[in-house]
Design a binder for this molecule. Structure first.
Ligand code: HEM
Length: 201
């Protein structure tokens, strides 16, 4: 699967913008926290810090793995960035699973984030396993799926902006968006990476 230059540029710019937005948490200044969750985050600073530091790395470096030029010209860098990306996923994923039980939006949102966290860890592990077995095409498929889930950080924030613009109730829309931010991404990634001759997934 190859993505167009324009598609790659949009994906990279959006990912970088969310990385910059999330980096405000590095100050640990509570006034920068998601307002509705400020008290919760103050009580869970360690998992929050673990989650954000790993997740930021994965989102910042992930798009560069889709650059065919970088892969071709500097395969060593592709491997180094890949290891960095996977470490980001593991650290960010463990932090996400610790945060999911206290997420905003009630049980539906919490379950949505927990499932996303598990799917994130599983797709990354599958991508690693495939490349260790030198199954390059399968590695590519699983890594596309993994990044589609990492990109949920972008779709989540775009959907929250849309919900705010539509004056929807934050708590209810947040619970729906906790699922909508990643299930369509994953389905699309599975569709685009389907094996030749297979109709879907
Ligand atoms: C893809 C798997 C991910 C999962 C399962 C996940 C899960 C979570 C959960 C459960 C929370 C707490 C939400 C709440 O309090 O309601 C959270 C917050 C947060 N996550 Fe993630 N996350 C993921 C990816 C990312 C990525 C890639 C970033 C990169 C920037 C990120 C950045 C943040 C930030 C900044 C917060 C604090 C809340 C905010 O200001 O929006 N997350 N995440």
């Amino acid at each position: 699967m190859r993505i167009s230059r324009a598609g790659w540029a949009v994906m990279t710019v959006l990912s970088t913008l969310i990385v910059l937005l999330a980096a405000r948490y590095a100050s640990f200044d509570p006034s920068a926290f998601f307002t509705e969750q400020r008290d919760t985050y103050l009580r869970h600073e360690l998992p929050l810090g673990v989650h954000i530091s790993g997740a930021i790395v994965a989102l910042a470096v992930g798009p560069w793995q889709f650059s065919a030029r970088l892969r071709r010209r500097c395969p060593r860098w592709h491997r180094r960035i890949g290891v960095t990306y996977l470490l980001g996923c593991v650290v960010g994923g463990i932090g996400a699973l610790l945060l999911a039980p206290v997420a905003y939006g009630g049980a539906v949102a919490r379950l949505g984030f927990a499932c996303l966290g598990v799917a994130w860890l599983v797709t990354g592990a599958a991508g690693l396993r495939m490349i260790l077995h030198r199954r390059v095409a399968d590695h590519r498929r699983w890594m596309v799926r993994s990044f589609a889930l990492t990109f949920a950080a972008v779709t989540l924030r775009l959907l929250l902006l849309a919900a705010e613009a539509a004056h929807l109730d934050l708590r209810t829309s947040y619970a729906v968006i906790a699922w909508l931010c990643w299930v369509p991404n994953l389905l699309l990634a599975c569709w685009f990476t389907r094996a030749p001759g297979q109709p879907s997934l």
